[in-house]
Structure formats: C-alpha cells, structure tokens
Design a binder for this molecule. Structure first.
Ligand code: RVP
Length: 504
C-alpha cells in the first residue's frame, strides 16, 4: 500500500518568524552571513570552501554565465555556469571568470586608425562605452596607437568621415603602465596624472587592459568578494550524469572550483555513478554537489554516495511545471525542513557536515530568511538573478515596461532534456518548464545590497548574528490563509496597484 504523509507539504509563504529578544549589540552591521559550501568535519576542521553570503545563482542558460559569475563573486556568492552548452564553451566561461582581474578591463570597444567618426559614434551607441583604444588591428590585444574619448571630437564641427588617426590622442601623448602593475599602483598613476583611464601594455606595446578610475573605488567597496588563494574569483559549473567523463576534466582544467550535477530529480543511481567517477579520478580534490532531493532518504543516498553538498527542491521553481506534468515534488518549506533534519542526523552519526541548498521558489527576499531559519545553508535562485543587468538573457520592452527573458531548463526553448532524462537511449521529450518574462530590476549589486540588509534585519529581530545562531533561535509559525491576507497591505486603497510580487 502506498505511503501517506500525515501532514500536507508547505511552501515558504505559509510560514512566518516570531521575533525573539534583540540585544542592543545585535545590529545588521554586525551580522556575518558566512556559510559552508562543501562537506567537512565540523568542529575539527575549517570548511574548504565557504560562501560569504548564502546565495548562489541557478544552473540555467538565462541566469549564470561568466558575467553573472563575476558579479556575484564580487558580492560574496557563487554562480554555477550552465551546463546545457558544449563542453568547450562552458569551460571557456569558467576560464574567463578565473582570468578576470578586478579593475583590469579587456576593452570591448576598440578602433583602428581608419575607423571613421561616424563609426565611432555608432560603436559608442552600441556598447555604451566612450573610452576607445586605437590599435593597429582594431582588436583588444593589438598594438596601442592612441585613444579616443569624447574629448577628442566635436560632432558639430567635424565631418563624419574624418578618420580616427586624425583626431585620436596619439600613443606618444598617452600615459600607460606595463603588465604586472598592481591595481593600487595603477590607481596612483591615474591620480597623479589626473586621468580617467590608464592603458596597460605588454613589453611589445600591445594593449592588455584598461584600468578606470572608478573601478578601483568599486574594488575597495567589495569586502565580501569570494576569492581563491590566488585572488581569483570562485566559480562553479553544472554537469550532467551523461558526459561527465569528458566534461569534468575540461571544467577542472579551466579552473572550476566546484561542480554540481544538474538534475530535476537526484535520488538516482545516475548521480551516484557520477560522484563515484569523480572520486575515482580526483579523490576529494574536486568538489561536487548533487540533487535535487526532497526527503530524508534522498539526502542520505547522496550523502553516502559522497556528494559535497545537496540541493533540495522539486517543482518549486518559478518557471517549473514538473508538478503539473509529472505529479512529483514537495512544498519547498517542508522539503527543506526535513532534509535539514536529515543533514543534522547524518552529522551526529558521522561527524561529517554536508551543507544543503534550498533551490527554487524564492519569491520574496524574506523567503531566503525563512529557508535559512529552516536549516538551509544557502539558497539557489534563478528568477531573482535573471532580472539583473548581468544575466545573459535579453532585455526587452513589453507593454511599456522593461523585462528580461527567463526560461526554464526544461522548457522547449532550453531543450535541456538531459536534465530530466532517466537513462535509456531515448531522452524524454515533454516540457517541464516555461518560457517567460521577469521585470527588469537593474544591477545585481544594488539589489543584493537591499536583499542582504533585509535578511540581516530579520536575523536581528530573532536575536542572531550568524546563520547557525539564527537556525537555533528561530521560532517559526504556520499561518492561516486569512492571516496571509492580513500580512499584505489591506483595507486601504493602494496608490501603486502593481502587486508586490511583481515589484520584487
Ligand atoms: P526560481 O529561483 O524559483 O526561478 O527557481 C530556479 C530553479 O528552478 C533552478 O535552480 C532549478 O532547480 C529549477 N528549474 C530550472 N529549470 C526548470 C524547469 O524548466 N522546470 N526548473
């Protein structure tokens, strides 16, 4: 006979936190959101990789490419580059993140001496950048011949067919620095010579980077940035349980710090075999997360198989229709609570702490706080990050409002059937995700700052300064459907009629 759970499974929206005592010393500025990413012997050793904020971006083509990875690592989180692309292009994205040097920009707006003023204007429109190096071949790595900025031309006075060579600031009048110059030294040169940008060249005078005045300031503002011991950004990458023998070596070679098997349902032999293959070839040097699971048994299966972290959640994603198409899944809150208990039980038995990630279904910022209170070590978000400038998807105007495109990995658009396949020769081919728009929200940096402040405020309301303390002190209550109505604005005539959910 089938097994029946006594209680219905619940979503985050059905819970609230009841505040605890807040000591005067408990203020948001003192909250530390550091959290472990991979398994370790808690109490006996440091976690080999920790996050500085408990947020990671989803393994999705509409969310996590190299730009997102740099932006999120700058703020202290990590991106998992999407795996539904060729091994070469995924590895190239990982390599670009590892090669990225904060403050050192590889110019994407370059001119050759024969470029016309008309083309300069068009290029500025296209890339939005007004500082344009001039190189012999018109490429970023070419020999530096000069620079064009808005100060070099007057559109009202000059003919549009004037060649760049006639109005650029030539190389002999430029202040440059050589490769190996530190960001601090570059910034000193910028200040000493009152420059806006400083080209960095190699021994043959080929252009390597540009350093802009504002970038150094920004760099100083990122105390939480997530770096490896060579001061490179940390980056994760998605893999699947089919081509791992080829994909994993390429990603490891490119410098991926952590991998994650991307699958809608992870309580399977396919995941176990993938983890075993990684252990056989790399021992514990390569870190690998697995999932997704929604119960104790699923957690134990993957923990015993050796997963470094375990993702929780089936069917809760904003673009996910797995529950509708297949009738499988579980309310995200219930799944997180049960798997967190299983993690603690496993730790009691073995001394090994396997972090868990609540994946999908975060609509409001306070859902992140709830997930952490319920025991998640960190959360994975797709919709949240898709809304920002840094996501790879297109920004489009829909009915007068800017939107970003956001589609599920199980949608016909992504065609990532491997994520949902159950072995055998023929991949499944029905949709488990939709194609959608989400409201454009600006830069990741601005938005994440507000989100983190909300999480820290909630933690202070519960008297906690760290995530483990928050989990210990949190008091959670389920809410009735009528009290959910009470929780929003009610019995007033709203001036802004946009529902709150579509504003966040
Ligand atoms: P959300 O943050 O609610 O947008 O959810 C993102 C999560 O949804 C992903 O991390 C993944 O687990 C899941 N997903 C991705 N594609 C699909 C799908 O097409 N069904 N689901």
């Amino acid at each position: 006979m089938a097994f029946y759970y006594e209680e219905p499974s619940r979503t985050f929206n059905e819970y609230l936190l009841v505040p605890g005592h807040t000591p005067a010393s408990c203020i948001p500025a003192k909250v530390d959101l550091k959290t472990p990413l991979v398994r370790y012997r808690k109490g006996q050793e440091e976690c080999p990789i920790s996050l500085n904020i408990p947020m990671v971006s989803a393994i999705m083509a509409a969310v996590s490419d190299d730009h997102m990875a740099v932006a999120l690592a700058t703020e202290g989180g990590i991106s998992f580059i999407y795996g539904n692309q060729t091994i070469e292009s995924e590895a190239a994205m990982v390599a670009r993140v590892k090669a990225y040097k904060a403050g050192f920009v590889v110019s994407d707006t370059n001119l050759s001496p024969d470029t016309t003023l008309e083309e300069v204007v068009a290029l500025k429109e296209q890339t939005g950048h007004s500082t344009m190096p001039v190189t012999d071949n018109g490429q970023a790595g070419g020999k530096l011949l000069g620079i064009v900025t808005e100060r070099d031309y007057r559109l009202s006075r000059m003919s549009l067919d004037t060649k760049v060579s006639e109005f650029m600031t030539p190389r002999e009048n430029l202040v440059v620095a050589t490769e190996g110059t530190s960001l601090k030294e570059a910034n000193d040169i910028i200040w000493d010579h009152k420059l806006n940008s400083l080209p960095i060249v190699d021994a043959n005078d080929n252009l390597c980077y540009l350093v802009f005045r504002q970038d150094y300031d920004t760099h100083k503002e990122n105390p939480l940035e997530l770096l490896d011991n060579e001061k490179r950004y940390l980056v994760g990458a998605g893999i699947n349980s089919r081509d791992y023998a080829e994909r994993v070596p390429a990603l490891v070679e490119a410098g991926a710090d952590v991998l994650c098997i991307d699958s809608s349902e992870g309580y399977s032999d396919w995941q176990k075999m993938t983890i075993e293959w990684v252990r056989e070839h790399y021992g514990n040097d390569v870190k690998i997360g697995a999932g997704n699971v929604v119960d104790r048994e699923g957690f134990r299966f993957l923990a015993e198989a050796g997963a470094d972290f375990i993702k929780v959640g089936i069917g809760g994603g904003s673009i996910c229709i797995t529950r509708e198409t297949k009738g499988i899944g579980r309310g995200q809150a219930t799944a997180t609570i049960e798997v967190a208990k299983a993690r603690d039980e496993y730790f009691e038995e073995t001394g090994i702490y396997v972090p868990i990630c609540s994946d999908g279904g975060i609509v409001y910022d306070h859902h992140i706080s709830l997930a952490l209170a319920m025991g998640a070590d960190f959360v994975m978000l797709g919709r949240y990050f898709a809304r920002f400038d840094e996501s790879p998807s297109a920004k489009v105007m829909v009915n007068g409002t800017y939107m970003k495109e956001y589609w599920g990995e199980g949608s016909a658009r992504a065609r990532n059937w491997g994520r949902y396949d159950l072995g055998g020769k023929k991949s499944l081919s029905f949709e488990e995700g939709v194609d959608s728009y989400v409201p454009y929200a600006g830069s990741l940096k601005d938005n994440i700052a507000v989100t983190l402040l909300k999480i820290k405020s909630t933690m202070c309301n519960c008297g906690a300064l760290t995530i483990p303390e928050f989990r210990d002190k949190a008091k959670l209550t389920t809410v009735s459907s009528t009290s959910i109505v009470e929780g929003g604005a009610h019995d007033v005539l709203l001036k802004d009629k946009t529902p709150y959910a579509s504003r966040v």
